[in-house]
Write a protein that binds this ligand. Structure first.
Ligand SMILES: Cc1ncc(COP(=O)(O)O)c(C=O)c1O
Length: 437
């Protein structure tokens, strides 16, 4: 596994003393999201908005004009999106969830249903905000962490077909690539095609939640024999030829700290989206972003398609997965595109779901070694996500994370549960507060 970059700028990080970590956890109400980042040594909370910029991206910062509308970097951005993904209408947005909010405001009504493999938390929350229901049809294997399947993000074609046959009120369908909520697993091209065919019979448009499209394409090249000789660009084209549009948070595979876009083939929807963007984000040629941001995303999208980059990116995650697996730590199998997921129900079998075992384990990982990670807890799965920022950490940082987690595993019986003391109305995991039981 060879790094596809060398380091040009460094940022100081430091492991604060144990006493300080214990105090920081208490002050953060035992929710890792509420910890001060400067008290964190290795931050695996999210791969979103956390990449290191390349020298090309940084050198381009002075190029764009920062005009109010129709800036030069807007034209380049639209051209890049059109050529990579093939969509005719493209709107920058400040991040993915604003795209979700606006799209569902336009398209969904109370009582509607939106199928997907698994809706990401913000997608589900935005659909339900407008009174519709987000329904998940990921294949059964996805709910079994120990089962290996090359495309565990696939949608169950039989189940979703009978759902769309039997129901009215499905204004559009979704597909999350890769499927972050269930182990960040890829979707195969064959599955995408079958899903599209199913939806076409009922004229239901298909939209992707496409933030990790390049990692998904790399897995297709590796695991779907038919495409092993295709370039990443060719696979991406094939993937998106089945979509009627997408929302892409560029904070992930866009290698940017902020931004994203909504794209569609529908002129009518584009016009409605454009009007709401003006109301909610800013002028429709910037969507709340600076000219610089658009430039960074344009370059990021080209860099993310590099096979060498993707080989190291997914390889670094696989490297951590293997170290932990060799140590006997229960994991979600196989490794995901952005993260290794620990199977918390097996790691902490003595804790019940209502004791928030994923948060309790994240707390202990931080207490022990200053490593921050986030819990993913649903009815079906209890996972701790060790999400690796792009181009940020070296392999010795990864070795350190594995050592800390191994130590935590050796003393796992001592980990106690939590009690929730503040439950926010939406997206609980980000801002909930806990106390120790
Ligand atoms: C699969 C998926 N969809 C949508 C989003 C929302 O994107 P954003 O954070 O840019 O609002 C995220 C963010 O983590 C995600 O992982």
């Amino acid at each position: 596994m060879l790094e596809s970059y060398k380091i040009k700028a460094v940022e100081h990080i430091e492991l604060v003393p144990l006493k300080e970590r214990v105090r920081a956890l208490k002050e953060a109400f035992y929710n890792p999201y509420l910890l001060s980042a400067n008290k964190v040594y290795i931050d695996l909370l999210s791969d979103s908005g956390t990449p290191a910029l390349s020298n090309r991206q940084q050198a381009s910062l002075l190029e764009p004009d920062e005009s109010f509308s129709f800036q030069n970097s807007y034209y380049e951005f639209v051209k890049a999106v059109e050529s990579i993904f093939g969509f005719s209408y493209v709107y920058p947005i400040h991040q993915g969830r604003m795209g979700e909010h606006i799209l569902f405001k336009i398209k969904v009504k109370k009582g509607d249903y939106i199928p997907s493999n698994t809706h990401y938390a913000t997608t589900k929350a935005n659909i339900e905000h407008w009174g519709a229901k987000a329904v998940d049809f990921v294949i059964e294997e996805a709910y079994h962490p120990e089962v290996f399947h090359p495309f565990k993000g696939n949608i169950d074609i039989d189940r979703v077909s009978s759902f769309v046959r039997e129901r009215e009120k499905i204004p559009l369908a979704f597909l999350t690539i890769t499927n972050n909520t269930c182990g960040d697993q890829p979707v195969s091209l064959e599955n995408i095609r079958q899903y599209k065919q199913t939806l076409s019979k009922r004229n239901i448009p298909l939209y992707y939640d496409a933030c990790r499209f390049a990692e998904n394409a790399y897995f297709i090249k590796q695991r779907e024999k038919k495409y092993s000789e295709y370039s990443i660009e060719q696979i991406v084209k094939k993937m998106f030829s089945c979509a009627d549009g997408c929302i892409l948070s560029a904070k992930k595979d866009g290698l940017s700290h902020i931004g994203g876009f909504f794209a569609t083939r529908s002129a009518k929807l584009a016009n409605e989206f454009e009007n709401l963007i003006l109301l909610m984000e800013g002028y429709h040629t910037h969507g709340g972003l600076t000219g610089r941001d658009l430039k960074i995303i344009t370059i990021g999208l080209s860099e993310t398609l590099s096979e060498k980059y993707l080989e190291f990116r997914t390889g670094q995650i696989q490297y951590l997965w293997k170290k932990l697996n060799d140590a006997g730590i229960p994991l979600y199998s196989p490794a995901g595109g952005n993260a290794v997921f620990v199977d918390v129900s097996k790691f902490l079998p003595h804790l019940r779901g209502e004791e928030y075992p994923t948060v309790a384990l994240a707390d202990e990982l931080y207490r022990k070694g200053g490593v921050r990670a986030g819990g993913f807890q649903s009815e079906a799965l209890q996972l701790l996500r060790l999400s690796i920022p792009r181009r940020v950490y070296t392999n010795s940082h990864i070795d350190y994370v594995a050592e800390v987690l191994k130590e935590v595993y050796e003393h796992r019986e001592n980990i106690t549960g939590l009690e929730i003391v503040y439950r926010p109305p939406y997206l609980e995991h980000y801002t909930a507060r806990f106390k120790k039981r």
